[in-house]
Write a protein that binds this ligand. Sequence first.
Ligand SMILES: NC(=O)c1ccc[n+]([C@@H]2O[C@H](COP(=O)([O-])OP(=O)(O)OC[C@H]3O[C@@H](n4cnc5c(N)ncnc54)[C@H](O)[C@@H]3O)[C@@H](O)[C@H]2O)c1
Length: 267
Amino acid sequence: MTSTAPGGHLAGRGTRLAGLGALVSGAGSAGDLLGTGAATAALFAAQGAVTGVLDVSPERAAATCDLIERHGGTAIALTADITDADAVRTVVAEFAAEAGRLDVVVNNTGISAGEWDQVFAVNAKGTMLVSEAAYPHLVRSPAASVINVSTIAALRGFGSGAYAASKGAVVSMTTDYAYRWGPDGIRVNCLVPGHLNTPIGNQGGAGAKEARRKANLLGTDGDAWDLAWAALFLAGPESRFVTGVTLPVDAGTTMATGLAMVGRMTS
Ligand SMILES: NC(=O)c1ccc[n+]([C@@H]2O[C@H](COP(=O)([O-])OP(=O)(O)OC[C@H]3O[C@@H](n4cnc5c(N)ncnc54)[C@H](O)[C@@H]3O)[C@@H](O)[C@H]2O)c1
């Protein structure tokens, strides 16, 4: 799974999320490469979910909706800045009304650059605002699942400052919400992407792909689809007994010491 094009990922119609309403935030792509939110929204729609495509950019949301519809899925474009509580409440209510339900939320939006307060507002507060706005709908669902998206930079030193700290808050929110909402039957889990070939991950110029590949235990390059398939597992009924979990999707990058990787990185 190294291509960012849909390839076989959207081939055929699945039914794993049939009848569900799923909302994915940050579901556009900030560049030419496919983002994890866009891939997740497309995969969920291909698996039968009515999928809300939430992004601050209407053009980016429209591009993902177009991808979904070209593959026979149902998408609802939603535009909001997730740091704006009123705007978030409005689009979440709009989605629930149009889809008739809201069962799955993917808090995928993330920014890695910017002022400390802005990075926290998008990554941490935005995750909270979307989750809280969704709660009145999730609590009525028999299949409620919230999937947060953090980063390996929250678990290991990377020098990314506010990005690391705000995504660490996303990990903490995962366990806290899993505890609070467990009695309501709402599962809350967290995916931790490694170095993926997406707009946010593909930085570093020439040689970045090779470095990303060598930095993980499998020696393979990952892309948005790798995150999307993990999200599908956490969204669907196969994970009904899983909550509060922080799951790295990083080909083992966080499972080795730096020293152990020196030989592989320089070979
Ligand atoms: N790609 C990687 O290597 C990697 C690694 C670790 C974590 N992640 C995480 O994965 C997620 C997606 O990264 P990506 O590169 O696939 O995404 P991306 O940058 O392509 O897309 C993110 C989308 O979020 C939208 N967005 C930004 N601010 C917003 C706001 N305030 N309100 C609503 N939407 C907003 C953007 O318009 C964009 O379309 C992020 O949370 C990122 O931190 C990615």
